[in-house]
Design a protein around this ligand. Sequence first.
Ligand code: FDM
Length: 212
Amino acid sequence: MTGRRGALIILEGVDRAGKTTQSTKLVQALQDRGHPAEMMKFPDRTTKIGQMISSYLVKATNLEDHTVHLLFSANRWELVPLMKEKLEKGISLVVDRYAFSGVAFTSAKPGFTLEWCKSPDVGLPKPDLVLFLQLSPAEAAQRETFGNERYERADFQKTVLQRFNQLMTDPTLNWQVIDAARTIEELHKDILRHSEVAIEQAATQPLKELWK
Ligand code: FDM
């Protein structure tokens, strides 16, 4: 590779923290500043695997818990060639949810360990930056009400937050916790600042593998 590679930037956080709004704003701001950037989101509901996941999330079908976990992971793996191609071309990817959501949501179900949940995602492209949009359950409750999809329940989301907190103790990853209880513009400024640092650092470093 001769040129600068793009950075892999992930936005994670509990529901209603503003991940989608912030991902969109970040891509626009990076492009405006001359950094090639594109947005992705997981699950990507447009693929065949993504359609199975989507049907499960809207409760049109039921899937066994291990099975759906592996489908979420397969949905990331099927996009890895495309992700690598873009990163190598110098395009930074801003990704709404990644393996961390995968682990946090499944391990919030009874009988699942963090280790088991992480294993199918070991070796995915390693993010250069993971932004965690932090919002307390009380603050989240003041925002609009949950929709009707699977997992959109306050008690379950509380356990998910605990699992995210466990994942964030991993020092091999560049986690940045962002206080999401502020205005959209305040959050955006913070997120943009962290992202520009990550893009600068990633440019001259090889892409690594997650949890390896
Ligand atoms: N989710 C998301 C998982 O359970 N595992 C995963 O690997 C990923 C990426 O799916 F409830 C959950 C998280 C959320 C739902 O919602 C997807 P959005 O609204 O499409 O982000």
